[in-house]
Every structure is written in structure tokens, then in C-alpha cells.
Design a binder for this molecule. Structure first.
Ligand code: SAH
Length: 348
């Protein structure tokens, strides 16, 4: 049994079954044995868009430069990335945006990262460029900001509720004979505010609200944009989507705590509702394939291919993966939050 599994089993023996949300938090962020603390090479488990093709980060870099100009090309601004992973996207963004005069000198890089191992990898990847790392978005000092995040919202912990007649029960992780972890339900519980149930299962990421609240407070004080790219349906809230991946395969989320990645669909309708109620302007969610195509992904792939004829097929296949409807093109969505009154950002 893994070290984390036996600690979770001990905690359940002592305190009783734990909510799914606490189980996920321990699996992902336990400082000693959690997934992100111990597996900085997580790309064996899933491949993200920036790791699929450099075109992804390059287009986002040009997007950021365009929006920086719309902010009036401030002499200093924060370029903030939430959950940068190996910092591939930030490196590609900065390289591409270097062609826009003044952007690179104006950008102060702020990385919001929980994992010490990844913090180290990010600093190395972006050297010699100075970067600052923070625990939370709120910790980044005031100033105009362009915030970007790819596959960050999907690793927020979720609470799960199951309908029981006219009320709800929260899903929990308990311990069965033979030290086996299993799902069960707790006593009757109220759904959190802001939740519109669809069907008999409800999944809520409490941190989503905190995060949008942080963006809204920032944009009431300083101008900016926040671009999120992630997966989830745009027209309905997820019910029961928490799942685990290991080496590219979907696995039992209770089998190997801390060893497999845990993820859940992003609740885009709720994100929209909360953002609007906080006074933010919301563009999207729109499909990634549509967004990247409008930003010029196919053209960029062709010109990269002409410059590297030996790799042209590989480059075009990678970009196809990002935009094709049966690959990442429709499952992933882009959504942009901004203060009211801004012009529609590129791609939307
Ligand atoms: N954006 C990268 C990595 C995605 S994986 C890419 O597209 O390749 C998710 C990233 O978010 C990892 O860097 C992980 O360590 C970080 N992360 C997850 N939860 C976090 C939290 N609560 N606070 C800060 N960083 C977090």
C-alpha cells in the first residue's frame, strides 16, 4: 500500500469517512506524497495542449501582446500564469510575443504554482528571465494583469452530491474490509449556493468561486484579462465526472492515491454565472478548435512546416490534434473574463 493510501486509511479509521473533496486535495496536494508534489514528470499521464504543439503557446503569446496593447501598452504589467506545469506555454508565449515591441520588457512574470518540484522546473525552463512564484492569485501585487491558465481549473478539488428523494447527500470515501477504499454517501446535506442541479448527481468546485472572486477583485482595481482554457461542456453543469489517469489510461480513482492524476470537468455555466454576478464581462466559452483557428493556428503550422520541411508532417499532425473536433478541438473551451466594456478579445 502506498504511504498516502495508508495515511488516508488511518484518517478514515480515526475520523470516519471523508468527503470526496478532501480525498482529492490529499491525493493532489499532500506535500509529502501528493501527485503534484511527487510527479513533476506528469506528462506521462496526460499530454496538455502546450506540450502537444508550440503553436498553442505562440498564439497565446500573440493574444496576450494584443490585449496588452489594448490596455494601452502599460510600461509594466503582470503576466500571470496559473498552474504553469513545465512552463512550456509561458516559454512559447514569450518567444512569440518578443516580436511585439515593448511587450517583453513590460511583462513581469508571475507564476502561481502549488508544487515545489514544478516551481523549480519552471524557473529553470524560463531562465535567464526573472520570474516570481506565488501561492495564490491574491498574492500578486497590484497592477495591470494578463492572466492565462491551461488545464488549471480541472485540477480543482470537487465536492460531489447524490440526490436522495427530495434532498442530497455528500459523496464520501470510506474504508471497507481488507483496507479497500470505497465510495459511499454521508448524511443529508445542503447544496452550496449558486448550484443548479441537473439530474441526480452534482459536482461543485468550491475553489472556482474563490478564484473568480480573486479575478473580479483584481479587475475592480486594475485593468486586465483572464483567459482560461480547459475541458467541460459549455451548456450544462457536470454531475459526476471526477476521474483518474495514469500513463494515459483511465484508472480507478481510489486504487492508487497520489499516484494517478485526478481531474473533473469544469463547470462552465457556473463559472459564467459567478463571473457575471461579480460584475465581470465574460467572452465564451467557445470551443478550442474555433478559438485557435481564428487565431491562425493552421497558417502558423504551415509556415513552421515550410521552415522545417523534415518535421512538417509532425507539426501539422500536432496542430490537427489541438483543433480537430474528434480530438481536443471541441472538448476544450476557451473563456475570457475582463472588466466591463472591453472590446471582444481575439479569437472570440
Ligand atoms: N498548464 C500546464 C500544466 C497543467 S497541470 C500545461 O498545460 O501543461 C496543472 C498545473 O496546476 C500543475 O502545474 C499543478 O502543479 C498546478 N496546480 C494544481 N492545483 C493548483 C493549486 N491549487 N494552486 C496552484 N497550482 C496548482
Amino acid at each position: 500500500m502506498s504511504a498516502l493510501k495508508s495515511r488516508i486509511a488511518d484518517a478514515i479509521r480515526t475520523n470516519g469517512p471523508m468527503p470526496v473533496s478532501l480525498y482529492i486535495l490529499m491525493c493532489l496536494h499532500d506535500p509529502r506524497d501528493g501527485y503534484y508534489a511527487t510527479r513533476p514528470g506528469f506528462n506521462a499521464d496526460f499530454t496538455t495542449a502546450p506540450e502537444t504543439s508550440q503553436v498553442f503557446g505562440e498564439l497565446l503569446g500573440l493574444w496576450a501582446a494584443h490585449e496588452w496593447m489594448r490596455l494601452g501598452s502599460p510600461r509594466k504589467f503582470w503576466l500571470i500564469e496559473l498552474g504553469p506545469g513545465r512552463a512550456t506555454m509561458m516559454a512559447d508565449m514569450l518567444r512569440a510575443a518578443d516580436s511585439v515591441k515593448g511587450f517583453s520588457d513590460a511583462a513581469e512574470i508571475a507564476l502561481i504554482e502549488a508544487s515545489p518540484a514544478l516551481r523549480h522546473a519552471q524557473r529553470e525552463r524560463l531562465e535567464p528571465r526573472p520570474t516570481r512564484t506565488f501561492d495564490e492569485l491574491e498574492d500578486v501585487p497590484p497592477g495591470p494583469a494578463i492572466i492565462v491558465a491551461n488545464e488549471f481549473l480541472d485540477c480543482m478539488s470537487v465536492r460531489q452530491f447524490v440526490r436522495d428523494g427530495n434532498s442530497w447527500r455528500e459523496r464520501q470515501v470510506g474504508l471497507a474490509t481488507g483496507e479497500r477504499l470505497h465510495f459511499g454517501v454521508g448524511p443529508h446535506a445542503d447544496l452550496p449556493p449558486n448550484v443548479i442541479p441537473v439530474g441526480d448527481n452534482v459536482e461543485v468546485a468550491p475553489a472556482l468561486e474563490t478564484m473568480i472572486d480573486g479575478v473580479a477583485r483584481r479587475f475592480r482595481r486594475d485593468p486586465g484579462r483572464a483567459l482560461f482554457i480547459d475541458y467541460g461542456p459549455s451548456d450544462r453543469s457536470p454531475g459526476d465526472t471526477m476521474r483518474a489517469y495514469r500513463m494515459g489510461q483511465q484508472v480507478d480513482p481510489l486504487a492508487d492515491p497520489g499516484v494517478a492524476d485526478l481531474t473533473a470537468d469544469v463547470d462552465f455555466p457556473r463559472l459564467r454565472r459567478i463571473a457575471e454576478s461579480e460584475g465581470l464581462m465574460v467572452h465564451g466559452p467557445i470551443q478550442q478548435g474555433y478559438f485557435l483557428t481564428r487565431l491562425g493556428a493552421p497558417d502558423r503550422a504551415r509556415s513552421l512546416g515550410r521552415a522545417n520541411p523534415a518535421r512538417a508532417d509532425e507539426i501539422s499532425a500536432a496542430v490537427h490534434k489541438l483543433i480537430a473536433p474528434d480530438e481536443m478541438g471541441t472538448r476544450f473551451k476557451a473563456v475570457c473574463l475582463s472588466p466591463h466594456g472591453v472590446e471582444t478579445p481575439p479569437g472570440f
